[in-house]
Design a protein around this ligand. Structure first.
Ligand code: ZN
Length: 91
C-alpha cells in the first residue's frame, strides 16, 4: 500500500512515478498549457522539441522540467522526513 502511493505520479495521477509518464502527464501539461495559453502538441517529438523546434516549445519543456524537479524534490523531502521519524504509516 505504501509503495504504491510512493511510486505514483507526484502530480496526483494514478500513473506510476516514471519519466515516460511525466512527458505525457495530463496534470502537468494542463498547467503548462494554461501558463502558455494553449495546449502542447499531441506529437511527442514536438513536446520534446525534437521536431519543429521553436521558442514556445522550448519554454514549455523547460517549465515542465522545472516544475517536475521542484515538486519531486519536495515530495522526496517529505518522504525522507516521514521515514526518518518512523512515520511511514501516515503515507
Ligand atoms: Zn501524472
Amino acid at each position: 500500500m505504501h509503495d504504491s502511493f510512493c511510486n505514483r505520479c507526484v502530480f496526483g495521477c494514478i500513473a506510476s512515478d516514471a519519466l515516460e509518464h511525466y512527458v505525457l502527464c495530463p496534470v502537468l501539461w494542463r498547467v503548462i498549457g494554461r501558463v502558455f495559453g494553449s495546449p502542447p502538441s499531441d506529437s511527442l517529438d514536438v513536446v520534446l522539441v525534437l521536431s519543429a523546434p521553436n521558442r514556445v516549445s522550448a519554454f514549455r519543456l523547460y517549465a515542465a522540467a522545472t516544475i517536475f524537479h521542484a515538486c519531486r524534490a519536495s515530495h522526496l523531502v517529505r518522504l525522507r522526513a516521514f521515514a526518518e521519524n518512523n512515520e511511514s504509516e501516515a503515507l
